[in-house]
Each structure stands twice: as C-alpha cells, then as structure tokens.
Design a protein. Sequence first.
Length: 164
Amino acid sequence: MVVRELDGTVTSYDEVDVDGDRVERLLTELFTEHWAAITVGPLIEGAAYEVRFAAAPKVSMLDGYMTIDTGAWHFHLCVGDHRGTRSPELGRIRRVARCAFFTTEGGSCAPTTWGLRLWNGRGEQMITILFPSPHFDEKWERLAEPRWEKTELWRALRRRYAIA
C-alpha cells in the first residue's frame, strides 16, 4: 500500500499479519535485542514523540498487554487477546489491528525514513518505531555520505515478519 501525504511525502507499507503472537514476537525482539538502535513514540500530525532508551527496558506480558518498562517510565501496548474487559468489542478495539513496516520518502528531516507502525481496532496510531537512518550518525548528526548498512535491521525484520 502506498499513501501520498498532504506534505508531499510518500509512504510505502508492507503489512504484518496481526493474528496469533507474531506482533508480540516482533516487538519482544525489538525491545529486548535492538532497544539501543530504535526510536519510539507516536508520530501524528502536530506531534512527534522521539524517545530513545538509555538502558535495556524490561518487557513483560499480562492479559494481552506488553509492558515496556525503563524503570523511570513505561508504556503498554495491547498486542494479544485482552480479556480484562466486559466488552469483547472493547478488547477488539484495544488490540493491534494493523501492523506494517514502512518507508517514507520526501520528508523535511531525512530523504527517507524506515519504520514500523501499529494501529488499534479504531485505526488510531498506537506507536511508531523508527529504525537507524543511513543519513544520520548515532547523535542524529547528518552524515556526509549515507551508510546503507544501517538499514539492515529494518530489512532483516521486514523479511522475517512482513506478509510476502
């Protein structure tokens, strides 16, 4: 799927099957093995939360919710079946209904962005995970020449988790 945004950027999505525990396995791998390389937070029109981890977060699951806990702060994502509500409809709304790897081209900050995005059952963005950019170093300073090997994590996970 390709989306042309009002700002002129073009985002291409590669979907991930949200049935079963696929999203849970993907996020567990990201937050336990690759936490130092990613930036997380909702990216919506008018607000961008670009959070980096200073140390490995603790990852746990309870009643369909994954908790990513840094000690000083934490967040929850409903990635599995949630039974802690009286309404099955509310459980369906809370759970990840769509997950997709993406690239966005033509942005004002970087020529291309590589990421993963999750939406709930209402189509609301739950989180965006940004992967290392070949255009920036670890301090987010622009590189003179792109380092394309920095896209390998995104490419490897996309190959393993996206629907072919």
